[in-house]
Design a protein around this ligand. Sequence first.
Ligand SMILES: Nc1nc2c(c(=O)[nH]1)N[C@H]1C(S)=C(S)[C@@H](COP(=O)(O)OP(=O)(O)OC[C@H]3O[C@@H](n4cnc5c(N)ncnc54)[C@H](O)[C@@H]3O)O[C@H]1N2
Ligand code: MOO
Length: 434
Amino acid sequence: MSETWSVEEHLDDILRSVRPLEPIELQLLDAQGCVLVEDVPVPTSLPPFDNSSMDGYAVRTADVEGASEEFPAVLAVIGDVAAGSGDLPVVGPGQAARIMTGAAMPPGAEAVVPVEWTDGGLGGGPVDSMNARSADPAGGAGEVRVHRPVPAGRHVRPRGSDVQAGALALSAGTVLGPPQVGLLAAIGRGSVRVRPRPRVVVLSTGSELVPPGEQLGSGQIYDSNSFVLTSAARDAGAISYRVGAVADDADTLRATIEDQLIRADLIVTSGGVSVGAYDVVKEVLSKIDEGSGSVEFRRLAMQPGKPQGFGLIGPERTPVLALPGNPVSAYVSFELFVRPAVRALMGRASVRRETARARLETEEPLTSPDGKRQFLRGSYLPPAAGETHGAVRPVGGSGSHLIAALAQANVLIDVPEKTTLLAAGEEVTVVLLD
Ligand SMILES: Nc1nc2c(c(=O)[nH]1)N[C@H]1C(S)=C(S)[C@@H](COP(=O)(O)OP(=O)(O)OC[C@H]3O[C@@H](n4cnc5c(N)ncnc54)[C@H](O)[C@@H]3O)O[C@H]1N2
Ligand code: MOO
């Protein structure tokens, strides 16, 4: 650990080694959040047939020309066309078919008159709605009085007006959010080829750690890192598995990691990477895979998050990121290094968090160590209307054990290596955490 690496050098090293996962065919809902690797054409136009956009009556326009409430057009109702009806009546002169939203236009009809522009077949004034079929089984028969004319095509959604057969529904590289999943379903695709979500195994280490919910003994603390890292991995798009804290024992740790390799696209550990006598992660991972790669431990010009390990292990050369154990260090390290690695495995084009420039609000000037890039926790308010910059206020101090303040933060204030003092009102870069 003699050489010191910058944040960017460490990240570049990780991103150079992490390749997107091989694509697989996934059911639509399993593909949510994934990157599509195929161009998906539209097999059949949407809508697949001309259909009504209103509940009403399908008519021939000539029959309702000049119609008014005083002088309604009286048409013979020849039946109902409900959404899903396959059998369509032919609408002849002087006739109308009662039609529901989404139902196919019957042959002969050119437009739809909404039910509100008619007497609903009841012989009175305009109605608000149709009677339910159960209450009025004969509603689709008899006569209807139409109070207004309609031009051809009115209240009709033509076949292909949404998207035409042969067009590109979605192109390779698209991230499948809910609307894209909806479009795939609408064109009849049950599954698609995507890069899968990476499986991230999170493993915390430390003999002092006790799972939340259990009793603490003397010198013990609750294991929070494995929870924050597992949920952060899920938030980044991964399928994450939390492995309970492993004691500071080299053999146990080695066996646990070897067991976990089978289900991991990425392994994240926390703790045990510093210079203490019980820092077993470093001890085990530096030697786990002699010959076919191992984990390198380095010191970064960064605070928090100075000690970091990265390498590829096992037969599949699975990436391992060994994060420092201090809770804030572990989380900041996740945001800066693990999240981009997860996104790179997913094949996402942008792997980094967004940043913004913000005005610093602080009573006392902030100090930062020379030669270290510092990531302070901040509470950020986006720009108000008409303003170009938001405002950020530091929360908590720089101590990497300050878990409560971290929970109040929505940004990291990125203080460059050479900056040692920041006064109120200065412009800073913030990394947006949500
Ligand atoms: N002599 C030196 N000591 C330390 C140095 C150094 O350069 N010289 N670096 C310090 C820095 S900076 C960091 S960061 C830590 C990193 O230490 P480790 O990665 O070895 O982490 P641990 O010693 O296991 O734990 C550190 C701290 O965090 C608590 N912890 C650990 N795991 C969890 C968890 N899962 N949940 C909650 N809290 C956890 C642990 O109890 C310790 O308090 O080393 C410094 N020391
Ligand atoms: O680097 Mo440690 O992460 O400063 O607390």
